[in-house]
Write a protein that binds this ligand. Sequence first.
Ligand SMILES: Cc1ncc(COP(=O)(O)O)c(C=O)c1O
Length: 368
Amino acid sequence: MNHPKAIVHLNRLARNYKTLSKSLDKKRLMAVVKANAYGHGAVECSKTLEDQGCDFFSVFTTEEAKELRNAGLKSDILILSKLEIESIQTAIDKNLIVNISSIDDLDSIIFYLEKNGLSPRFHIKIETGMNRLGFDLRDISFAIGKLLDYKNLNCEGIYTHYATSDEGDISYALLQQERFEQALEIANEMGYTFKYKHISNSGGLLNDLSSNTNMLRLGILLYGIYPSKDVEKKYALEPVLEFKAPIVDFRKAQKGAMVSYGGLYTTKKDTIIGIVQCGFADGFPRPWFEKGYVYYNGKSFKIAGRVCMDQFMVDFENEIPIIGDEVLIYGSDGKDCISVETISNAIKTSPYTITTVLKKRTKWVFKK
Ligand SMILES: Cc1ncc(COP(=O)(O)O)c(C=O)c1O
């Protein structure tokens, strides 16, 4: 069967985890495995990380958390999405941690506590500059008052999220850090302390923005990808994902032949055009065709013309490809490498958008 293949190198993930956790100066590492571990396979990646000693994970939805629990993950799991009232019971049953980001959320779990005598475990999220989910600073003392009034509320953490931690200019991140510290100070003055305080994502780690916290939420670095071109590549990390696809056919094309939709690629000489079974419907980053290339037999070859929905073409020049062989689209096969960052920089997008969009037709292969 012909299909794109995502080879997930779990050994590289384990090594990245070791490298990053060593750099955290005794702070805890929460592995962010939402969106199917950024396209890498949430269950397999989480289990590998748990085997390495990681004991805290975050996902976005209750469904994602349930998938990990049902697969046998024992560790703490924080759900980052807006609280869904209908998921409170599941969170309790499955020992999951929910996100409380507004007075309404807090009221919902107080209502639940009064009715059922139980509280889910939760972290409260503070809005410091992202303008997404979170308590406004002016509501912090009211929220802490409620946490003090209802002793059986199971609050374990406080956090916020940086908007610009991986940018060259980190002044806005420093402002967010200051606002978070204000929230901590209000809690402190009211005599309330949190077990976990967390603010940094990968950019926060790279730009040393984690003071006053005891945990970091790391996603993209674990997968061996740097979050932007503006950060220092401080750690020797390995790309976890190797994305490949099979050559299913080839044809001889004469000089001057136009290849693919729009006829944007014209062959410069008589050449071999290979047809690779992977397209933008499989998560191939379509704009990459303009400057893009693949690796085959240790050599790079240009992508010829626009990427189609299910296939793309490669200009193999004099090389006669073997039908069924695979080309490397991105990642590393141990010899050749096309980094996700190379592609995202070339097509002026975020590296986060590359691996998270892999689709169902891809076959995932997990290598220990
Ligand atoms: C709330 C939250 N924390 C942490 C992360 C992890 O960020 P990164 O992948 O940059 O480490 C994300 C990612 O989107 C997030 O939304």
